[in-house]
Design a protein around this ligand. Structure first.
Ligand code: PRP
Ligand code: GUN
Ligand code: MG
Length: 168
């Protein structure tokens, strides 16, 4: 059970469609193609799974490992729970050298910091980044402001949107 720290909820929404996510993840793969080659990928579940599938396909990475971390309950970050660590043979003998870590986004950077400690020499990539977490990421595609919540297609459905003019 997590005990959420009380943070204000982000006022801005950044909804991402499946098509947009696929384009952005593919753009990430183009950038990573220049940063590689990578001998293995470590995907941070669960958000990193979709991006990892797209990047692994583009870069032909066939050794895909997971690190399983849980911290957010809805939009509140609580205690960190590492449910599964990275296998020793994937870490290798040189602190994750040649490994690509993939996640959907970096927000406060706490998740990234934790995984970086497991693989200090790995390359860390996310599709989206917020300013607080940005220094922890080697490669990303789109930055959004810290007070924005990114809504992914696997968490959302079609719904009525009130007009922008009525918002304030
Ligand atoms: O930079 P941070 O503030 O640490 O937040 C970033 C993390 O938060 C989200 O995962 P979450 O913990 O919500 O779990 P999920 O991937 O299973 O949805 C996201 O997928 C990142 O892994
Ligand atoms: N879906 C989603 N999960 C997050 N976890 C931390 N920040 C975010 C965010 O902006 N969107
Ligand atoms: Mg996650």
């Amino acid at each position: 059970m997590t005990s959420p720290t009380h943070q204000p909820l982000p006022p801005k929404a950044f909804p991402v469609s499946w098509d947009q996510f696929h384009r952005d993840a593919r753009a990430l793969a183009w950038r990573l193609h220049e940063a590689g080659p990578f001998r293995a990928m470590v995907c941070i579940t669960r958000g990193g799974l979709v991006a990892a599938a797209i990047v692994a396909r583009e870069l032909e990475i066939r050794l895909v490992e997971t690190v399983c971390i849980s911290s957010y309950e809805h939009q509140q970050q609580g205690d960190f729970d590492v449910l599964k660590r990275v296998a020793k043979d994937v870490v290798g003998t040189d602190e994750g050298q040649g490994v690509l870590i993939v996640d959907d986004l970096v927000d406060t950077g706490k998740t990234a910091k934790l995984v970086r400690e497991m693989l200090p020499k790995a390359h860390f990539a996310t599709v989206y980044a917020k300013p607080m977490g940005r220094p922890l990421v080697d490669t990303f595609i789109t930055e959004v402001s810290q007070d924005t919540w990114i809504f992914f297609p696997w968490d959302t459905g079609l719904a009525f949107q009130p007009p922008i003019s009525g918002a304030g």
